[in-house]
Ligand binder design. Structure first.
Ligand SMILES: [Zn+2]
Length: 137
């Protein structure tokens, strides 16, 4: 059997939380050796850490998704995250697809805050970039 790593499994989403054992055991049985959970806001980032501490093969990332990056203050919690609890920063970036998304200027400020944290703690970054390749770069 092949071995896999799921680098982007939103186990911290509502639809998985009530049956985590089932989903994780099913994935492990099918050859998934590790699952990395991305964060999209403070609550589900903290949930990702909580799940990763409970299950041996599960790892956490934390971030504020660009769709939720309405204010630079919404990412202040990142400074309180213990970098030893996470394996990366994500998913963060720039999303110009949805018309009602936060302004590019604010999204970029929030994204830069993620990059600063990642650089400071020597962590990889999972970048979300939609209709915004140039702006993200
Ligand atoms: Zn995702």
């Amino acid at each position: 059997m092949k071995n896999y790593i799921d680098t982007h499994g939103h186990l911290n989403s509502e639809e998985f939380l009530n049956n985590l054992d089932k989903y994780i055991n099913n994935a492990l049985k099918k050859g998934v050796k590790k699952i990395i959970i991305p964060g999209t806001n403070e609550i589900d980032s903290l949930k990702a850490i909580e799940i990763s501490k409970k299950y041996e093969n599960i790892y956490a990332m934390v971030a504020l998704h660009p769709n939720y990056s309405k204010s630079i203050d919404l990412i202040n919690w990142l400074e309180n995250i213990n970098s030893k609890d996470i394996v990366g920063i994500g998913e963060c970036g720039i999303d110009l697809y949805w018309k009602d998304n936060p302004s590019l200027k604010v999204q970029q400020k929030v994204f830069i805050k993620h990059l600063d944290y990642a650089k400071k703690h020597n962590l990889p970054v999972v970048v979300h970039s939609r209709n915004a390749e140039k702006e993200t770069f």
